[in-house]
Write a protein that binds this ligand. Sequence first.
Ligand code: HXC
Length: 513
Amino acid sequence: MKTKIDLLQDKVKQAHTGGGAARIESQHKKGKLTARERIHFLMDENSFEEIGMMVTHRSTDFGMEKEIYLGDGVVTGYGNINGRLVYVFSQDFTVFGGSLSETHAEKICKLMDMAMKNGAPVIGLNDSGGARIQEGVVSLGGYADIFYRNVQASGVIPQLSAIMGPCAGGAVYSPAITDFILMVENTSYMFVTGPNVVKTVTHEVVTSEELGGASTHATKSGVTHFACSNELDAINHVKRLLSYMPQNCEEIPAALPYETANEERTALNSLMPVNANQPYDVRTVIDEVADADSFLEVHREYAENIVVGFARLAGRSIGIVANQPAYLAGVLDNHASTKAARFVRFCDCFNIPLLVLEDVPGFLPGTDQEWNGIINNGAKLLYAFSEATVPRITVITRKAYGGAYDVMNSKHIGADMNYAWPTAEIAVMGAKGAAEIIFKKEISTAKNPEEKWLEKEKLYSDTFANPYRAAERGFVDEVIEPAQTRIKLIKAFKMLENKVVNAPRRKHGNIPL
Ligand code: HXC
């Protein structure tokens, strides 16, 4: 006769078996871990505490009452990552393909409610065939309950979504509302409608991988922020990403211990190419300015003309937005603007100070850009910077032209400290174009128009292609030797540590979406 404790142990064992050995084997054969294995690798040893292990579905249609699995396809609970409390749900593909039933959704909602009450991040490990088909509308309702909570939690606690299998239909909208998405190459995909529907409706023939795999979303759509080579890589990325964030919007990110050393970076004095039209990789500047090996780039393969990511400066977490002269000359376009705007807003939500490295020739001209909304998209970045109340510092390394000068965290839209290197050029447009417009008559009537043009280009360049006009006005606080950049930034961010901004009273702003 079994004791009550034996019965409990049997049930726990049963829950741990998920959909059974054969389905676990099939999961492994696909190169995927199980829901519990993922949690094991994610959390600090012995820190995970499960909630709702005995939950089962309530469905009776299609003989479902005979197919009961403890936990109902999702493992939920709390524990620590590097000593910090987090809440985790991990969908179990071995149980009805990880599909979302009414009770599966209730478990996730319960977890999110606890995370909100206790002010700690939620991490979702997604591996699901979508709505539990046998349950119909209650499953759809369950999704909506989660979406609603994702929105309520947005900007209150960090929400991270790792996609480790299928994620299709409306199910994609929960990860899309969360702060960061990480996908695994070759074993995960996200789309609103799959290849079969696509074929029927648009006659396009496309594989799941092409339509919504990790590299597609990392390069083409920007839906995912990270494309990870395997599940462990994704889990490690989650841990690292989390390390830059606070627990919630009321806290500041924890700083790492830092010992002051020689902060001068002499290599920066010779980094800038002699010819102002020559590219350089802005990551070199980031590596010199930030703490060693601290830069974690976000959206690395998407809109490469702007680089965004987290780093540390003297141990403190910062967000970096940098124009990338090595790609399309660092021009601002639709994708770069939305990518940077979302990143800026995330940093502002969670008290992560912003550093902008500016070298931008302007907004990209053309019908493609205009017809795809560069007006609205550029405005998003302008809006995001303007509303951000975290400490904000800009370093103009070279070009700061036209509207892009204003948008890229200029003094005028609330930046706290604006530095410029001696190589900075701050003007309405490049000297060649400017000379052509304002000296049009003189050039066209000159004996040698080409020579005249060059002469006027030089005149414009001598007048404006420098940081001093802006510094005279106080739009630039200080022109600095590049080697001093890190020293200046450490001091200025320290000075801004207690910055307080009282925003005007309103329900919420209306960002040009
Ligand atoms: C119930 C499901 C299921 C689902 C899969 N399964 N999806 N059970 N509801 N949505 C079950 C299968 O019956 C199978 O059970 C097991 O999970 C594994 O599925 P397989 O098909 O054998 O696996 P695989 O070949 O890897 O294919 C995975 C898959 C495919 C691509 C996810 O199962 C699939 O296309 N499923 C349906 C996807 C779908 O259309 N979902 C609804 C989307 S609409 P056994 O017993 O054999 O192990 C949606 C709306 C959300 O989600 C709206 C929110 C607003």
